[in-house]
Design a protein around this ligand. Structure first.
Ligand code: PMP
Length: 353
């Protein structure tokens, strides 16, 4: 068809499946197995639906204010979006506008190349080393910007702030985005570098550590000037990206710091326990600081285990992609869920050895 010639075509990102079975164990999209902070439920039950008549605050002021206070930055340094995917997509569109390729790791969040394709941003991937670590020297080549998650996804590998700083320092002429979706489970945020580097943008989300994937809240923190440009693009697309309930409920999640800390500590403790058990069953994996483990078995192919788990209504994530086709990304669930996973795998491994 002639009209097809004028269409912006793209191969979309494929999200993990969202099955809805009563007894399933869902360890495939890195959601939090615990409910949001109690204040979120309380406010949700008290919400007045009449307030929905009006447009929400286009600047998401209460949430921006709460985040600025929590992270000890100025309000002008905080930008909120509909999940960090929204923030990242907007950041790609705003900051990656060069003829030179942007750089990101070869094994990483598989949305980056989709946004690059969508926005016609040239990109080049840099191979992680054999231990799944970033080689900072790769990021010294000419480029139009840099993005990487820390900890990385789907590996869970955390890069030291020294490595992060080296990359940001070597790239003062472009914007470096650090996607910290999983930083709250034992990594260290690059927020402390913001005073030194005006080309650094840090992106985080409420979807994992704050148990609110369903509400869609993400944010970024950076230099005020950088965020000014990001806001210009946002307000050129849609003023009211974030709905009113999300704005209000997000504030409640930020307020309850002790709940946040206890949930993230609990997940980190479960992760460390499960690492030991997986090892005993013959799995190996890079040391994860995220809420998932990227595991391969010594003798049984990952795809086979993935399908067997699925048959048992235990969902993990598997990609048939170069370098990672023998790995399973297993989200850390509750202790009870992980006991069931390990129970299943123990029997399975014995049977298929
Ligand atoms: N960054 C990374 C590395 C992720 O794995 C995810 C989750 N798919 C996101 C960003 C986006 O999460 P959300 O849009 O739910 O904030």
């Amino acid at each position: 068809m002639k009209w097809e010639e004028n269409i912006r075509r793209v191969v979309p990102y494929v999200a993990g499946e969202q099955p809805n079975k009563p007894n399933m164990i869902k360890l495939n999209t890195n959601e939090c197995p615990y409910p949001p902070a109690p204040g979120v439920a309380k406010l949700a039950s008290e919400m007045d639906s009449n307030a929905l008549r009006l447009y929400p605050d286009p600047n998401t002021t209460p949430l921006v204010k709460a985040l600025a206070e929590y992270y000890h930055v100025r309000q002008e340094q905080v930008f909120v979006g509909v999940g960090s995917d929204d923030v990242l997509s907007m950041a790609f569109l705003t900051f990656f506008n060069s003829d030179k390729p942007i750089l990101f790791p070869d094994v990483t969040y598989s949305f980056y190349d989709v946004w690059a394709d969508l926005y016609r941003i040239p990109y080049k991937t840099c191979a992680l080393d054999e231990n799944w670590h970033i080689r900072p020297e790769d990021y010294g080549q000419p480029n139009g910007g840099v993005i990487f998650p820390n900890p990385n996804a789907p590996t869970g590998v955390f890069e030291s702030l020294k490595t992060v700083e080296e990359i940001v320092r070597e790239n003062r002429d472009v914007v470096v985005i650090v996607d910290e979706a999983y930083v709250d489970f034992g990594g260290e945020s690059a927020l402390s570098l913001l005073d030194k580097y005006d080309n650094l943008l840090i992106v985080q989300t409420f979807s994992k550590s704050r148990s609110m994937a369903g509400l869609r809240i993400g944010f970024c923190i950076g230099n005020e000037k950088l965020l000014g440009y990001l806001n210009d693009v946002k307000f050129s697309i849609n003023s009211y990206t974030m709905n009113l309930p999300a704005q209000l409920l997000g504030v409640e999640a930020v307020r309850d710091d002790s709940y946040f800390k206890s949930v993230t500590a609990k997940i980190a403790a479960t992760r460390e326990r499960v690492k030991g058990e997986l090892k005993e069953l013959g799995f190996s994996f890079p040391d994860s600081k995220a809420n998932f483990i990227f595991a391969s078995h010594g003798t049984i192919p990952a795809e086979q285990i993935f399908l067997a788990l699925r048959e048992a209504d235990i969902y993990v994530r598997y990609w048939n992609k170069p370098r990672i086709s023998n790995c399973l990304r297993i989200t850390v669930g509750t202790d009870g869920q992980m006991d069931k996973l390990i129970g299943f795998l123990s029997e399975y491994v014995v049977k298929h050895h």
